[in-house]
Design a protein around this ligand. Structure first.
Ligand code: URA
Ligand code: SF4
Length: 199
């Protein structure tokens, strides 16, 4: 459980990385989750988006952003004029974190230590995908890429330079799904996507 690094094959292509990630035991999350949900999309790709961790649907089916957050993201990408098919989508943490409530599995935000443990996979995805822009969706992804003291709310809609990467910052689509003022939150999310895409 000492992080993903020991499971990451050196200098390999995307398919080899994905296959190696399926056996990762770099933190405790592999124990209760169904499977590793690796990133997906074209390799290379100009645009990469990084979410938090798989949800219940993603855990069951093994694909990123196919549940409620994914549907919201699809709508927002459409509204922002971004083609999902040309975008590489992944998560900061590759296993579902949840608690059992009766028959339901309730999503839990991954801990900082889990994001740190999982970061070697994201680093490798960035290496092979070679994105011009990495958009971090929400605080977990933002802190994984930009460091633990990063304050998302102060940088929404901005593109920052970090370690030779261009990093666009916005919220997580789940926060829009749950928002009380849905319409406004959705429009702000789309405006962020448009802004980071243009800059
Ligand atoms: N939320 C995420 O951050 N990623 C997914 O793949 C699904 C929900
Ligand atoms: Fe490995 Fe990441 Fe899964 Fe933890 S969450 S076991 S580090 S793939």
């Amino acid at each position: 459980d000492a992080g993903a690094a020991q499971f990451v094959p050196e200098g390999k292509d995307w398919a080899a990385l994905r296959s190696a990630a399926s056996g990762c035991r770099g933190c405790d999350l592999y124990r209760d989750a169904t499977q590793t949900v690796f990133g997906e999309g074209p390799v290379p790709a100009r645009l990469m988006m990084v979410g938090e961790c798989p949800g219940d649907r993603e855990d069951t089916d093994g694909h990123v952003f196919i549940g409620p957050a994914g549907r919201l993201l699809d709508k927002a990408l459409d509204a922002a004029g971004i083609d999902r098919a040309k975008t590489y989508l992944t998560n900061a943490v590759k296993h579902f974190r949840f608690v059992e409530r009766g028959k339901r599995q309730i999503h839990q935000t991954p801990r900082r230590g889990e994001a740190v443990a999982c970061f070697p996979w994201l680093r490798e995805e960035i290496r092979v995908v070679k994105p011009r822009l990495v958009v971090v969706l929400g605080a977990v992804a933002a802190k994984a890429v930009l460091g633990p003291s990063f304050k998302l709310t102060e940088h929404r809609g901005e593109v920052l330079e970090h370690d030779g990467l261009r990093v666009g910052v916005t919220v997580h689509p789940s926060s829009v799904v749950r928002a009380e003022n849905y319409r406004e939150s959705f429009d702000e999310f789309v405006a962020d996507l448009v802004a980071v895409r243009k800059s």
